[in-house]
Design a protein around this ligand. Structure first.
Ligand SMILES: Nc1ncnc2c1ncn2[C@@H]1O[C@H](COP(=O)(O)OP(=O)(O)OP(=O)(O)O)[C@@H](O)[C@H]1O
Length: 392
């Protein structure tokens, strides 16, 4: 008989966590066919065997800090993930049977997870690495860096409007998404209450519990679909993000510099929006419009405080007719998420939203997960439970 504590140690989750509804299935474990099976209280099951982990590292993240932290983390990561694959062997029936099971099960049970590490060579490279890894049958693709790297890895989970498939005949599982947050803002991680401790992120990966998360998709006629997992936004905030990306060498200060630069020559604009395929509505004098799958952007602003990445909806928050002094007076409410009760701020939960500028100037910035995407018009839509993510 073979007995193993291979791959995943299942422990109760104690870290801070948002109120997810249909996520998270730890509780009890059983071992079958060399695989840990996790049973949730709602009867859902999440099974995960750590065999082939692909780490996609952006060495330029956080102005080079990601590369330094990753170098320090790698020995610990190898030890920690290898440690969870210790296997005890007990001979109970006969030596021959055990030998047979040993040989057959060797690769499933005893091989420590393969840890593959790829350093990105430039923008968009993480997308290609991820697609390749999923097609090769990776168990998990783990973004190491900031929200931009996570964004690219998420986009790598899709190809021509469909999820990328595992083409490896030997492995039937789908790949999970993981994250070691090591960026400047690392805003997506804030929704889960994760701090910047990479060792804690490695623990999460070692536990390997998957939960489905929603993904947002952005459509623009005639161009490829684009995916986001955190927050997409339009107009002033998107313009500020565009400029902020040029000042990452100043750390978190880049967001302040970006915002100041975006304010110069800024004008609020009338916009048309269509929610869930309904009628077009006019929103006058829009300052910024944010579509949240998660809660934070801009280096810690809790802009869409009711967004939950697993509830099948996106939260839309619209700021209208804001003047520069409103930001000075109300900035603290944007950081603590109490701005929804401020004048000229509205919020709604949507499955899809189309946004156009009334005057169609073609100059209204759009960004997703802090990455510049282009200009209005755009349609944003939720893909419920589109990706399995290692979140606890
Ligand atoms: N080798 C590389 N050289 C230059 N840029 C890269 C490289 N690899 C990835 N990038 C780009 O770096 C950008 C920023 O990366 P990332 O988001 O990881 O760090 P960050 O901007 O410091 O963090 P955050 O987005 O959380 O503020 C991404 O848009 C990505 O396309």
């Amino acid at each position: 008989m073979l007995r193993s504590n291979c791959c995943i140690s299942v422990r109760p989750y104690t870290a801070k966590q948002p109120s997810f509804h249909r996520l998270h299935h730890p509780i009890s474990s059983s071992l079958s066919s060399g695989r840990i099976t996790l049973h949730g209280g709602d009867g859902s099951v999440s099974s995960f065997r750590l065999r082939d982990l692909v780490f996609v590292v952006n060495p330029q993240g956080a102005n080079g800090r990601t590369a330094k932290e990753w170098k320090k983390l790698l020995p610990y990561l190898r030890t920690r993930l290898g440690k969870d694959c210790n296997v005890s062997v007990y001979l109970t029936v006969c030596y021959a049977l055990v030998a047979c099971v040993w040989v057959c099960g060797y690769y499933c049970l005893l091989t420590p997870p393969q840890i593959k590490e790829y350093l990105t060579s430039g923008p968009s490279h993480a997308i290609d690495i991820t697609r390749e890894a999923i097609r090769d049958g990776a168990d998990a693709v783990i973004a190491v860096g900031g929200d931009g790297t996570l964004h690219e890895v998420v986009n790598g989970f899709f190809w021509e409007g469909k999820p990328v498939s595992n083409l490896n005949g030997e492995a039937s599982h789908s790949a999970a998404l993981g994250l070691i947050p090591l960026g400047t803002g690392s805003d997506f991680a804030r929704t889960f209450g994760w701090d910047n401790d990479p060792c804690e992120a490695v623990e999460r990966i070692a536990r390997g519990v998957r939960s489905s998360v929603d993904v947002g998709v952005i459509d623009h006629k005639g161009s490829d679909l684009h995916y986001f997992i955190n927050v997409a936004d339009v107009h002033l905030s998107a313009k500020a993000g565009f400029y902020a990306s040029k000042y990452k060498k100043f750390g978190s200060l880049c967001y302040v510099i970006g915002a100041l630069q975006a304010f110069m020559g800024h004008h609020n604009r009338d916009m048309r929006i269509k929610v869930n395929g309904g009628e077009w509505e006019i929103y006058p004098q829009v300052t910024a419009l944010c579509v949240g799958n998660a809660k934070y952007f801009g280096g810690g602003m809790k802009i869409t405080p009711n967004a939950v990445p697993g509830n099948g909806n996106l939260e839309v928050v619209v700021l209208q007719d804001f003047k520069w002094y409103d930001f000075i007076l109300k900035l603290h409410t944007l950081y603590n998420g109490t701005h929804l009760s401020v004048n000229n701020v509205s919020s709604r939960s949507v499955q899809s939203i189309e946004i156009e500028e009334v005057s169609e100037s073609g100059s209204i910035y759009v960004q997703s997960d802090g990455e510049h995407l282009g200009f209005l018009p755009r349609k944003f839509q939720v893909l419920p439970g589109a990706i399995d993510m290692i979140i606890s």
